[in-house]
Design a protein around this ligand. Structure first.
Ligand code: NAD
Length: 454
């Protein structure tokens, strides 16, 4: 399998994909190693996870460079991702024991009811390329802490980062039989679906997630799905500083080239401040210099998957054909590489793909609304339900609006962020189950109830 740099479209290197035979062999070794991983106990496992986090820090220059080369992410954002992953790991280090250790629930006369947790077994983690450290950590860290072995298949677009992750686990004292990496794309993923795993945890698109959920349903094992989004943001007229809000929304729209599951994908603006907001939004977007992600002056890198620039182009053309106004960007640059500029469309509506289908790139539509009711209706007009955001200094009003929007995360005066203390739980086509928080610790464990009579 060839690994290509999306910025230059040149080959970085070739890697050898896994096969059915290699996967079955790795599974047999993993089964053999599993008991030992359980036996070393929670405290020992936490120490190894801490070491992994330390190594992420020590090697971050090399890791960040590889990530930027491989997926086109601006270098500073690659550093941010690695630092963010370490913060999530810290959450798991500090909170896992509290949830996983044996807990007495009730004492009734001479009978004690208590709860303990067993690992699921050997779990399969099929992952996405857009934040390989962050979405990886959400799954493999709590899974390993809870005593599971992990088969980790990074996306074919972030294979080299996946290999770094595997090396770091090995260096942390977690053997390849406990954290097993698998190289390949869709076909190799298919082989994993046919293997007897004790749980499937997937991060990626709705289409693949739905397919995987169907394919493994008869196994009756836990399935966790972190899928796409079409996340709305509503700017009310009750904001103090239009420029400051516009600047924050631009970041929410275009960070990581808009290739985030929780990127702001749709912006609704109250008519009272619409013109002023659009002007500020446009000016702030114009500041996003696009180019080589390794050049720190650039805030926009290349688009990770070359074919996706055609999808972005089609979305822009569809909007223009249906009456949208193109204020910025919108054309594929002539220069070599997988690039698409930050693009701003107004006069959009919900007959246009840009307001309905996940864009996963730097194209955004902004729409004027008359009041909160109209905003709520439009915000809910989506198959997805990952996050939703309202900007207003009237917190009660913002809460009331968000309470009516069907999304797993509600943001007030912020957007496009993830807290490890809260469940990351998409609704509708955005997913099933939760990672992070105490729910994302317990997602990788089976409860065992004990009723002990003395
Ligand atoms: P994708 O669905 O194309 O691929 C994801 C993974 O699935 C890859 O490893 C791929 O090789 C594998 N795969 C593809 N087809 C398969 C099959 N038939 N059987 C088994 N495995 C298969 O998604 P992507 O392009 O890597 O990621 C982008 C998507 O991920 C976006 O929709 C984004 O919103 C979503 N995402 C969601 C979250 C979240 O937390 N909710 C986080 C990051 C990304």
């Amino acid at each position: 399998m060839q690994i290509t740099n999306p910025t230059t479209l040149e080959k970085i290197k070739d890697v050898t994909e896994d096969t059915k035979e290699s996967i079955l062999k790795k599974m047999a070794s993993s089964r053999e190693a599993h008991l030992n991983w359980i036996d070393i106990g929670l405290e020992e496992r936490l120490k190894k996870v801490k070491k992994f986090s330390d190594l992420l820090d020590q090697k971050k220059d090399q890791l960040a460079t590889t990530l930027s080369l491989e997926v086109g992410k601006p270098l500073q954002e690659s550093y941010n991702e690695i630092n963010g992953a370490r913060k999530r790991i810290l959450f798991f280090l500090e909170n896992s024991s509290k949830w996983l250790n044996h807990q007495v629930q009730n004492v009734d006369g001479n009978t004690t009811d208590s709860l303990s947790f067993d690992p699921l077994g050997i779990i399969c983690n099929i992952s996405a390329w857009n934040y390989p450290y962050l979405v990886g950590v959400n799954v493999f860290v709590p899974a390993l802490i809870a005593g599971n072995n992990v088969f980790y298949k990074p996306s074919e677009f972030s294979t080299l980062t996946g290999l770094h992750i595997a090396e770091l686990w090995k260096e942390s004292g977690v053997s390849e039989d406990v954290f097993t990496h698998i190289i390949g794309g869709k076909e190799v993923g298919e082989i994993l679906l046919d293997c007897p795993f004790d749980g499937y945890f997937f991060t990626g698109s709705f289409k693949t997630g739905q397919y995987i959920a169907n394919k493994v349903a008869s196994k009756m094992v836990p399935v966790g799905l972190e899928l796409g989004g079409k996340d709305p943001l509503y700017v009310t007229e009750e904001i103090k500083d239009v420029l400051q809000v516009a600047s924050a929304v631009v970041e929410g729209c275009f960070y990581n080239n808009g290739q985030s599951c929780c990127a702001v994908e749709r912006v609704y603006v109250h008519e009272k401040i619409y013109d002023q907001f659009i002007e500020c939004f446009l000016n702030e977007t114009k500041k996003l210099k696009m180019g080589d992600p390794l050049d720190q002056a650039n805030l926009q890198g290349s688009i990770a998957r070359l074919p996706h620039i055609n999808f972005l182009d089609v979305q822009v053309q569809d909007a223009i054909k249906k009456g949208a106004k193109l204020l910025l960007g919108g054309t594929i640059p002539k220069k070599k590489g997988s690039f698409f500029p930050p693009t701003v469309l107004t006069d959009v509506n919900h007959t246009m793909s840009v307001m309905k289908d996940e864009t996963f790139g730097p194209v955004r539509g902004l729409m004027k609304v008359k009041n909160d009711d109209e905003a709520i209706k439009l915000m809910n007009d989506t198959d997805y339900g990952l996050t939703a955001s309202v900007y207003s200094h009237n917190i009660e009003r913002a809460k009331k609006i968000l309470q009516e929007v069907n999304a797993g995360t509600s943001y007030i005066n912020c957007c496009d962020r993830v807290s490890p203390y809260l469940p990351w739980a998409g609704r509708k086509h955005s997913g099933m189950g939760a990672t992070l928080s105490f729910l994302g610790i317990l997602a990788f464990a089976k409860p065992r109830g004990w009723q002990i009579r003395n």
